[in-house]
Ligand binder design. Structure first.
Ligand code: ADP
Ligand code: MG
Length: 252
């Protein structure tokens, strides 16, 4: 697939929490309909990078544009931008005292001021899509981790974001629940959603990504198609990192 139109443009981004830069001059364009997967060792800056993209972290220098408009200046209304840049976290952050449906309706009704009927129809349509329509009146504690994470994805989708950011959304799940969440994300990718995904699920990364970005020490060390990156990494650092996911059978 050819992705030409730039949706998110990140230029020379520097993030420093106060102990030296955590992101060092990072530049990345995400095109409309493209799926970019960020991989890299723990602490290399993946979460920070995603959080900078939707204004959850202030940045020290650089620029981010969405649809060509700068979103990193003082005038930026982040509450508006965040409707266009949805994010799903490792911890689902659903409100425990609210039903699945009410959790999902919060955004469209409170933030986007949509009517209840319209919002509810859309919520039910999306719940159906992730296989959870029968759970709409359940409370989060009555759901498995995988189900909660699918609700969290619906909660992001209902805002009709232009781009979705996923930060290790399966990292806290039991293995048998990982698949059901990854399948939803694969489906979104097939439908042409623009996504930036942080994951340690390498087979999934390979299947879903148009491009993989290998981040190490706050820098983009390598950026390539999954095919190239996994079979012939150009740098030792990427090669060593990818090797940590492979096992060789013991001889003898
Ligand atoms: P990753 O998601 O790749 O594991 P993070 O983006 O969470 O990495 O962290 C990158 C670096 O920034 C780490 O050294 C981490 O300790 C530091 N860091 C992350 N969040 C904060 C914070 N709120 N305050 C200070 N340092 C932070
Ligand atoms: Mg992280």
């Amino acid at each position: 697939m050819v992705h030409e139109e730039k949706l998110l443009e990140i230029h020379d981004l520097v993030k420093d929490y106060g102990n030296g830069p955590v992101l060092k001059d990072i530049s990345l364009d995400v095109h409309k309909g493209e799926v970019v997967v960020l991989i890299g060792p723990s602490g290399c800056g993946k979460s920070t990078f995603l959080r900078c993209m939707n204004g959850l972290e202030s940045i020290q220098s650089g620029e981010i544009r969405l649809d060509g408009n700068v979103i990193t200046d003082k005038k930026t209304k982040w509450s508006e931008v965040r409707q266009k840049i949805g994010m799903v976290f490792q911890s689902y952050e659903l409100f425990p005292h609210m039903t699945v449906l009410d959790n999902i309706l919060l955004g469209p009704m409170k933030v986007q001021k949509k009517g209840k009927k319209e919002a509810q129809e859309e919520a039910e349509r999306l719940l159906e899509r992730v296989g959870l329509l029968d759970k709409k009146d359940a409370f989060p504690r009555q759901l498995s981790g995988g189900q909660k994470q699918r609700v969290a994805i619906v909660r992001a989708l209902i805002m009709k974001p232009e781009i979705l950011l996923f930060d290790e959304v399966t990292a806290a799940l039991d293995p048998e629940m990982v698949r059901e969440v990854l399948d939803v994300m694969l489906e979104l990718a097939r439908e042409g959603s623009t996504m930036v995904i942080v994951t340690h699920e390498m087979q999934f990364a390979r299947a879903v990504a148009d491009r993989i970005v290998f981040l190490d020490g706050g820098e983009i060390v390598e950026m390539d198609t999954p095919e190239n990156l996994f079979t012939q990494p150009k740098t030792d650092r990427a090669g060593r990192f990818l090797h940590t996911f492979t096992f060789e059978k013991k001889e003898g």
